[in-house]
Write a protein that binds this ligand. Sequence first.
Ligand code: GNR
Ligand code: NI
Length: 174
Amino acid sequence: MAKLPIITAPDPRLRRKCAPVEAVDKTVRRLMDDMLETMYAAPGIGLAAPQVGIARRVVVVDIAREDEERAPYRMANPEVVEASDTLAEYEEGCLSLPQYYEEVMRPDRARIRYLDETGEPREVEVEGMLATCIQHEIDHLDGILFVDHISKLKRDMILRKLAKAKRAEAMAGA
Ligand code: GNR
Ligand code: NI
């Protein structure tokens, strides 16, 4: 397994619509494992392929706490097939928007369809934090970031600060 570099905003690679995986082959399984290693090291509870520069519909998620046994999901082509009308608000963060956290409203339950690491089609009912996390990851596959769900004022402020931090970083490195 290998730890991959995580892309941070602003970066056009975070704004692309990712293509479906045609088959869950060895390359895809390897990517899923590398993404899990990257996510656990970060640490994070989810990671989408575009965050490591791969424009494919692949996500990994594990919301188990550190004192619990690992419970990873490896998902190819995940989609929300049904979402509750009831919404829940969670404070979200994103490894691609480091150090910014905001409350986001999303459906609190959802049915998710995906292909597992063996290529088997699966459906799961999720709720709470897991539902939030999977929806956040599926958004990434469509170039959507959690700040797209908050006010334009807050979004612009966060993206502007991240752009400024990147420019400062580039100047320091030059
Ligand atoms: O680690 C993460 N925590 C998190 C917290 C609340 C809602 C969503 C997330 S996902 C995030 C990791 C990440 O950026 N995944 O794309
Ligand atoms: Ni994210």
